[in-house]
Design a protein around this ligand. Structure first.
Ligand SMILES: *[C@@H]1O[C@H](CO)[C@@H](O)[C@H](O)[C@H]1NC(C)=O
Ligand SMILES: *[C@@H]1O[C@H](CO)[C@@H](O)[C@H](O)[C@H]1NC(C)=O
Ligand SMILES: *[C@@H]1O[C@H](CO)[C@@H](O)[C@H](O)[C@H]1NC(C)=O
Ligand SMILES: *[C@@H]1O[C@H](CO)[C@@H](O)[C@H](O)[C@H]1NC(C)=O
Ligand SMILES: *[C@@H]1O[C@H](CO)[C@@H](O)[C@H](O)[C@H]1NC(C)=O
Length: 417
């Protein structure tokens, strides 16, 4: 469980295998779709490299990665009508809940900028208007994640074998926003704060704070992608995700970013879950999540535990291998997730795209964000639904899928997720 819980992004190896196995089918599907879906293109723009920038004066502000190195971001300048619009994307990755595991993380890009390499921009980050119709010409900032606690902690470092650790996610957030203000964000015309997985939770945690940093007349909205982690028991009846988050919240001293009204009657760990956070957020927010989120199924619902794990391992790896009994359990998980979204459904100016595809993080990939093989709800891609909501092109963009396997547009994600 430990290794999996630490890494809320899909294991690469499994993804590779699945792609290889499904490649011929996918190719066929692509060809078919290219011919029948004229409005969307498959023109392949080469993935774009955007250089890393280290945050200036980070050490003086104590705004540092787990190992004390300066945090970093990748900024691509906007152009044309997007020159004054800003999209801030908070990277996802691992949380660490113990000194030991945070120390281990300092050996990777999730704990130290020494190991960071630029990531390619695609999906919502793409500069190609065919791949990214509404945000392609905006200033795009991909903020790298290296604090181990969703940009939210603020605690003194602990020593381990003479190595000092730093739990400074909140200061990183503040230092990055300060620096971007000096680079033109203070003159922003429109903004969107987003992120995936642990970064998506961070976007929810900082949403109202970000709103407050910009003048009232500037539109600020938030988009949470795969950050709607729910506080449910696992198959063996343990509250394992709560226990894990509890470790994270206490080690990193996550408090200041949590909603005051929640803290009045709940423990800080409960207030760290998206379903509590959304009750307090007053900025218009869009929740994008699968209600069969593969990371949540693998790590929250069915982590390796005392239930018959063997029988679950192939279902967890590929939803097509689940028995009907297991599918019923997954439907039960879906029901809980959807019921916790009621708060968002009831809020004016909020948006929802809750698909029943077995996936996790759908904005940073051109395949799921906006392509001929993207998942669709109400015949709209995620990019179209988010754009409709952001720009008010349609009222009430609140889309919730039917139960798996009702949505045929999920098929490309089954083989690439
Ligand atoms: C940290 O997480 C692991 C699972 O990844 C768990 O076994 C352990 O009990 C947790 N420790 C604390 C202090 O939260
Ligand atoms: C980014 O794109 C380049 C080609 O432009 C490719 O060589 C590289 O492997 C890609 N990196 C990642 C992490 O996908
Ligand atoms: C946990 O599950 C993964 C697959 O999800 C498997 O590779 C691993 O061997 C399991 N570990 C244990 C201790 O059962
Ligand atoms: C799914 O089931 C098929 C057929 O039984 C099997 O070949 C495949 O290995 C299974 N996939 C996983 C990920 O367990
Ligand atoms: C997504 O982008 C990659 C790299 O730019 C490209 O190889 C792939 O064909 C694209 N996929 C779709 C469905 O557009």
């Amino acid at each position: 469980m430990a290794a999996e819980l630490l890494s809320p992004l899909l294991p690469r190896r499994r993804r590779g295998l699945a792609v290889a196995a499904a490649a011929p089918l996918l190719a066929l599907l692509l060809v078919a779709v290219i011919f029948f879906r004229a409005p969307l293109t498959t023109t392949v723009s080469s993935p774009e490299r955007v250089d890393l920038t280290l945050v200036a004066g980070a050490r003086e502000k104590g705004a540092v990665c787990l190992d004390g190195s300066p945090p970093a971001y990748q900024l691509r300048r906007g152009s044309g009508s997007g020159a004054h619009n800003w999209l801030i994307y908070l990277e996802g990755g691992s949380w660490c809940n113990t000194t030991q595991s945070c120390y281990a993380q300092t050996m990777s890009n999730f704990g130290s900028s020494k190991f960071m390499r630029p990531v390619n921009f695609s999906g919502i980050l793409s500069k190609d208007h065919l791949e990214n119709p509404d945000f392609y010409d905006w200033n795009i900032v991909y903020v790298r994640y290296c604090d181990g606690a969703s940009f939210a902690g603020d605690a003194e470092g602990e020593d381990l074998d003479g190595t000092k650790l730093f739990f400074r996610g909140l200061r990183i957030w503040e230092a990055v926003v300060d620096e971007l203000m000096g680079k033109g964000m203070d003159n922003a015309k429109q903004t969107l704060l987003t992120g995936c997985s642990a970064g998506s939770l961070a976007a929810l945690l900082h949403c109202d704070n970000f709103r407050g940093r910009l003048p009232q007349e500037v539109p600020v909205k938030c988009l949470s992608d795969a950050g709607f982690f729910i506080d449910v028991k696992d198959l063996s009846g343990e509250r394992s995700i709560w226990s894990f988050f509890n470790g994270v919240v206490h080690l990193h001293n996550i408090r200041e970013v949590l909603p005051k009204d929640c803290l009045q009657n709940k423990d800080p760990t409960e207030c760290f879950f998206a379903s509590e956070l959304i009750k307090s957020i007053s900025t218009p927010t869009f929740i994008l999540n699968s209600d069969y989120d593969v990371w949540q199924i693998q790590n929250i619902l069915a982590p390796n535990g005392s239930y018959p794990g063997q029988a679950w391992s192939s279902c967890k790896a590929d939803i097509r291998n689940c028995s009907s009994t297991q599918i019923d359990v997954l439907h039960g998980f879906r029901k809980k997730l959807v019921s916790k979204l009621k708060v968002a459904e009831d809020k004016r100016n909020w948006g929802l795209f809750i698909d029943s595809c077995f996936t996790h993080c759908q904005t940073p990939s051109n395949i799921s964000w906006h392509s001929p093989v993207s998942p669709r709800l109400d015949d709209r891609t995620i990019a179209e639904a988010v754009g409709d909501w952001y720009f008010g092109r349609r009222q009430d963009v609140k889309l919730i899928d039917c139960e798996y396997p009702c949505n045929p547009t999920c098929s490309s994600l089954l083989s690439t997720a």
